[in-house]
Design a protein around this ligand. Sequence first.
Ligand code: MG
Length: 377
Amino acid sequence: MQVNSIDLFRVAMPMKSVWRTAFSEMSDIDCVLVRLDLDGAVGWAETAPYAAPNYCGEWADGAFDVLRDWLAPALVGRKVPDSGVLQGFLKSFKGNQFAKSALDIAWWDARAKLDGKPLWQFIGGTSPKVTVGADIPVQDDSDSLIGEIAAALDAGFVRVKLKFRPGMGADTIRAVRRRFPDTVMHIDCNSGFTLDDLPLFRELDQCGLAMIEQPLGHDDLIDHANLQRELQTPICLDESIVSLDKVRKAIEIGAGRWVNLKVGRVGGLSNAIAIHDLCQHHQIPCWVGGMLESAVGQGPSLALATLPNIAYPNDIFPSARFYQQDLSEPEITLSGPSAVTAPDRPGHGFGPDPQRLEHVTIRHTRVTGETAGMQPA
Ligand code: MG
């Protein structure tokens, strides 16, 4: 199986409304789409590290450049019979997990298509039906937050995740809990706090949260382990989990009791599956997160969420939640209350509509056997 060509599209997708978190306010999702030709089968991927290096050290323009100059040329013209070989070709390049993930995911999509199988079945998923939750960005006040949660529950979602940033305080969460005493909910801190905030976390520990997601530094493990020892509420690691090795160390020191798995952040589906399996072995449950991608980016997450150690409603969203019109046709829709079903189409099941892709593309390049040997200027 040979990689014949790789197309890169630098894209900015306008969202319906501004998304506010502990690290930024965004009105577009800045990402890179990859189209990979494997023995004539076309695989698609989307990687969304965002416009600026605020979520992690990568950003969309940087991902495009490193893919064009280094990562895609390392694959084009090569025989890539399995994902281990693919990861081997990328191994000498440090970091750049989001950029690498796009090649890995596109390969998996094409590979499953060559066998004519849905990706979720190809990777050993147990059932195509996946439970999903609702995410609520930072609001101006508690009343707005409570209104958003009520709307999500009315729509049938079985859990809510609240973006939480410095300044909101435990009172906000206490007010929510009083209004919704039995709702499964957690907060996502997006690495906005430090151990100096221990008194705040002790208050939050009394709020019956299912977990506290990534309270401390984006690349930290040790402080999380220290915080976890002080709390009853489980810590869920998100930003800190960038590789299998990082997960091994997190488990070893007790840095958290849940893992939010994102295919982009860990360098692709190959690594995400390996992390899922390691966590399962150590009885650390996982769930699948996202970067508010279009259906092209959410398709692989949906496949990942069908694996057996996924034990909490996932961050996989109907396309209409964030976009007037998804890049993909068909788009992602709920298949029931709080549920999305992985499609039975070959591959992950989603690809961009050509006209819609053209409309949101900022730059495009194709890496072929002829261009791959060229060194960057
Ligand atoms: Mg998170």
